[in-house]
Write a protein that binds this ligand. Structure first.
Ligand SMILES: NC(=O)c1ccc[n+]([C@@H]2O[C@H](COP(=O)([O-])OP(=O)(O)OC[C@H]3O[C@@H](n4cnc5c(N)ncnc54)[C@H](O)[C@@H]3O)[C@@H](O)[C@H]2O)c1
Length: 493
């Protein structure tokens, strides 16, 4: 299957908008197609709304944001896309007809994935050309923040297509969960629906309100589910003998049964109770307000889980490691007298009330350049896992010009000095449009044995590579800003 640069979207409602925001954020171009021309404004608005929370998800260096285009011609989208994600309404015949049409315009090495919540891929691929590239890629709302995507193949789907889809979803920060066998509703919606059926019964029977039933989740099981799911948590509930004891103790009540399989009749009275209940819970807050609050805590939860390397936090950690690796791979020492050159741009959330890049972000960008340089000499995740790291012991930043939102920048980094335990770096940040130097950063790093918690000589190979970098840059003039202290009369900048 082909390398993905452009994602094609078929249907640009709630789910199409979420896919667009996620893919653009991680550097992929998006061609969005919908039968309704007014959806162009809608999807652009959806991408803007997602940006706030997405931009706070990670500080890792991101590739340049992708570009979004819109068309009402499904065939035009299908010809440009390297990967197509279908998100039209959940009706089997409609999806079958549209997927068949799209498959006649898309090259056979383009994966076509359906966001369907419950339809089976074997039914969806029935009338398609090259049906082996059709699969289900079922995401969760909001697609731009929740990493789960269920990947399901049908009877004709190739292993190659499933692999390619999983690779693409991973590249945009998701957790592809391969479903072994197609079943209606895949995995997650079957579980969610079981819970929801019981909620409808309880509200129908007047046992509890929607708010009380939500409390029964959010103060208890909901907190456990985010990191350990149902089964591992029950394993813990069984004491020393784990799941075996749990099943012995609570197994009999599964037969009573507490819960019902058939949903209740959706009478007008039940619908009213559900609607009034959730309106009372919303307490006057609009859908937009509630969405913002949901997005904020979804970002915060993932960051907390990252510290424990659990669930969605482990996905975020792995994504960040790949982003740092990608940044280092593109920031190799180059034509600029052996200095390392790192491209970046001022992300909109980096600007302060004056509209310029704010103080702390200069250190962040210089930190990314340092990370890229250290990775290039072998100080990477594996090196850190071996109990060694470079710690910053001193930084000095000078500012010379302004950098505005979205301004393309580059940083040139050189090694001023290196010995057994210390590396002295100098960064010069420039605006790409006029080559003006915006800022400089001078930093001293100490090589540390992280287990002993004290300075220690660095690996000979690392030191040798740093020394070679320094020697290759030795013909450069010493930077005028190096060795300055705060308050010295300006020189150079
Ligand atoms: N909403 C959710 O929470 C959710 C979650 C996961 C998956 N899904 C699945 O995603 C799919 C889309 O759901 P949604 O909630 O985004 O629906 P939606 O109604 O918000 O959007 C559907 C879009 O498809 C467009 N459309 C209709 N016919 C079309 C055609 N022939 N060609 C191109 N565009 C067409 C519509 O104009 C609309 O913009 C469904 O299969 C649904 O089951 C939804």
């Amino acid at each position: 299957m082909r390398q993905v640069k452009t994602l094609g979207l078929l249907g640009t409602g709630v789910i199409g908008g979420g896919w667009a925001a996620r893919a653009l954020h991680f550097g992929f171009d998006v061609v969005a197609a919908d039968v309704k021309p007014e959806m162009e404004e809608w999807i652009r608005g959806a991408v803007r709304n997602a940006e706030g929370a997405l931009s706070r998800l990670t500080f890792a260096p991101l590739p340049r944001k992708g570009t979004l285009s819109f068309t009402t011609e499904l065939s035009a989208m299908a010809r440009q896309a390297d990967f197509i994600q279908e998100n039209i309404p959940e009706q089997l015949e409609l999806k079958q007809r549209v997927l068949a049409e799209v498959s006649r315009h898309a090259a056979p090495d383009v994966v076509i994935a359906s966001s369907t919540s419950g339809l089976m891929p074997s039914d969806l691929q029935r009338d398609m050309r090259a049906p082996e590239r059709l699969l289900v890629g079922h995401p969760f709302n909001p697609v731009y923040l929740l990493p789960l995507v269920e990947v399901v193949g049908g009877s004709k789907t190739s292993g190659e297509a499933l692999e390619a889809a999983s690779r693409f979803y991973t590249a945009i920060g998701m957790h592809p969960l391969r479903v072994r066998r197609e079943v209606p509703g895949h995995l997650t919606d079957r579980l969610q629906e079981a819970l929801w059926r019981e909620i409808l019964h309880m509200v129908n029977d007047g046992v509890a309100t929607t708010g009380e039933l939500d409390e029964s989740i959010i103060y208890g099981p909901g907190l456990r589910w985010a990191a350990m799911g149902t089964n591992l948590i029950y394993h813990l509930a069984g004491g020393e003998t784990g799941m075996r004891h749990m099943l012995r103790q609570f197994g009999p009540c599964l037969k009573w049964p507490w819960t019902r399989l058939e949903a209740p009749e959706l009478t007008e009275q039940l619908i009213d109770r559900m609607v009034e209940g959730t309106q009372a819970q919303a307490a006057g807050r609009s859908i937009r307000e509630l969405e913002r609050s949901r997005d904020d805590y979804l970002v915060a939860i993932q960051q907390v889980l990252r510290q424990f390397n659990l669930g969605a936090g482990a996905t975020l950690r792995a994504l960040e490691e790949r982003l740092y690796e990608q940044n280092a791979a593109t920031a190799r020492p180059g034509a600029d007298s052996g200095q390392l050159r790192m491209e970046t741009h001022v992300r909109p959330e980096w600007v302060d009330y004056n509209g310029h890049m704010t103080d702390s972000r200069y250190l962040q960008v210089f930190g990314d350049a340092t990370d890229a340089l250290f990775r290039s000499v072998g100080v990477d995740d594996a090196y850190r896992a071996s109990g060694h790291a470079m710690y910053t012991v001193e930084s000095h930043v000078t500012h010379g010009a302004e950098a505005k939102a979205l301004e393309p920048l580059y940083v040139l980094t050189r090694v001023l000095a290196v010995d057994d335990k210390r590396v002295h770096l100098f960064h010069a940040m420039h605006r790409r449009r006029d080559e003006v130097m915006v800022a400089t950063g001078e930093q001293m790093y100490l090589h540390v044995d992280t287990r002993a918690g004290k300075a220690a000589p660095m690996d000979a190979m690392v030191r040798d590579k740093l020394e070679r970098l320094r020697a290759s840059q030795a013909s450069l003039m010493p930077p005028t800003q190096a060795g300055r202290h705060v308050g010295m009369p300006p020189k150079g900048l």
